[in-house]
Structures are given as structure tokens and as C-alpha cells.
Design a protein around this ligand. Structure first.
Ligand code: 5RP
Length: 227
């Protein structure tokens, strides 16, 4: 599995060229992409500026000597490479398994070419077997939890040890055990309109390419262009 993640990450790095502003994703697959970018910066003199999606990736990129900019100091990003937890046939996906979904969506939004790197186990018929992460402000989080419970979403607070996990943006994560999300777009809109929800892990129709590594090799899936 680790080898597949590495293949996907290194393949994605081939899309990076001199002069680009590059979004650096979070997670165990994006890790290999960032490592490869670091290698190319150091060994090949690749000239890029990175924009990170979590404190973990910031630390990794700094250790590798990748030049970084804040998302506040850029207007657009040429290419972002990130992982995903599930991807369906309509190129909708669930992200946030690594608790970085808010920063990841903020970086993905001004990105011109958005690429996910996954192993084949992440490709699914319907989203929802993976618990959907929802980032909520701390104020009112218990009330919101009960709202989700009453709606039948089987919520659970993401924990770190015996405490609730606090994200880089100082929020909580409530994971929803939905089983199958029949209409990810509609459910995404519903969460967008829920007060107290800062962001959710449904990344619908955002991705341009999915690089899928399996034991048979690498496949690059292209999302249909919006008309
Ligand atoms: C972090 C994420 C990750 O990209 C996602 O969880 C996939 O991670 P991994 O490659 O480790 O399976 O969304 O918030």
C-alpha cells in the first residue's frame, strides 16, 4: 500500500514545472508528492512556491527547504495535489480524514488544476462508507451534534486521545456515519447552509484529475470539463 501511495505521489509531481505556485496537500499519499517536490527543488533546482494545507505539511515543506507563501499572499494557484478518502464515478469526493479539510478546500478553491492522488481502494460506487468529516466551530458544537443525531447521521466527535481533536483552524470535527450518500451535491448544500458548520469534507466536482495507483499500474482519470 505504501508503495502505491508513493507511485501516485511521484507521478503527480511530474505535472509540476518551473515558475508554478503549487498547493501542497495533506495525508500519507500527498506526503510522497511533497517529498518528491522537495527532492526536485534540492537536486534539480526546481523553482516553485508552495502553499500548504496543514501545519503538518508546512513542517514537512519547511524541512525540505521548499519556498512557501501564505494563501493570503497569492491570487491563484497553478496546481494543487492532495489525497482523498473516497472518490465516486462523478468525481465527487470525501476528504478530511487527516482533519485538514478546511485548509485543503481554501487552497483547492483558487487552484487552476486540482489533482488527487489515491490508491485504487479509494475509488467507490457511492460515497459514504468513509465517515464524512464536518468541521464545526466549538461554540454550539454539542447542540449541533444533537441536531445531527436526530437527523440520523450517527455523529461522533473526532478525538485525539481522550480529548476532542482541535483542527489547525481551532475547530472541532464531527464525523458522520452515513453509510451511503445518495446525492452528495444536495447533502453538501445542506451542510453549507447549516449554521455552525465551517466546512465539510464533500469536495464535489472540484477535482480535474485523479491519479489512481493499483498493483496493475497508474491510471490518470480526467474529470469531464464543465460546459
Ligand atoms: C486530510 C485529507 C487527506 O488527503 C485524506 O484523508 C487522504 O489521506 P491519505 O492519503 O493518508 O489516505 O483529506 O485532511
Amino acid at each position: 500500500m505504501e508503495a502505491l501511495k508513493k507511485v501516485a505521489g511521484v507521478t503527480a509531481a511530474q505535472y509540476v514545472t518551473d515558475g508554478m505556485t503549487v498547493g501542497l496537500g495533506t495525508g500519507s499519499t500527498a506526503y510522497y508528492f511533497v517529498e518528491e517536490i522537495g527532492r526536485r527543488v534540492n537536486e534539480e533546482g526546481l523553482q516553485i512556491v508552495g502553499v500548504t494545507t496543514s501545519s503538518v505539511t508546512t513542517k514537512q515543506a519547511e524541512n525540505l527547504g521548499i519556498p512557501l507563501k501564505s494563501v493570503d499572499d497569492i491570487d491563484s494557484i497553478d496546481l494543487t495535489v492532495d489525497g482523498a478518502d473516497e472518490v465516486d464515478k462523478d468525481f465527487n469526493g470525501i476528504k478530511g480524514g487527516g482533519a485538514a479539510l478546511l485548509m485543503e478546500k481554501i487552497v483547492a478553491t483558487p487552484t487552476k488544476e486540482y489533482i488527487w492522488v489515491v490508491d485504487a481502494s479509494k475509488m467507490v460506487e457511492h460515497l459514504g462508507a468513509f465517515k464524512l468529516p464536518v468541521e464545526v466551530v466549538q461554540y454550539g458544537a454539542d447542540r449541533l451534534f444533537r441536531v445531527f443525531e436526530k437527523a440520523g447521521y450517527k455523529p461522533s466527535f473526532r478525538m485525539k486521545g481522550k480529548d476532542r481533536l482541535v483542527t489547525d483552524m481551532k475547530n472541532y470535527i464531527i464525523d458522520l456515519d452515513l453509510g451511503c450518500i445518495e446525492d452528495p451535491v444536495a447533502f453538501g448544500h445542506l451542510l453549507d447552509e447549516t449554521v455552525g458548520v465551517v466546512e465539510h469534507g464533500l469536495f464535489n466536482g472540484m477535482v480535474d484529475k485523479v491519479i489512481v495507483a493499483s498493483k496493475d499500474g497508474v491510471t490518470v482519470l480526467e474529470a469531464p470539463k464543465a460546459v
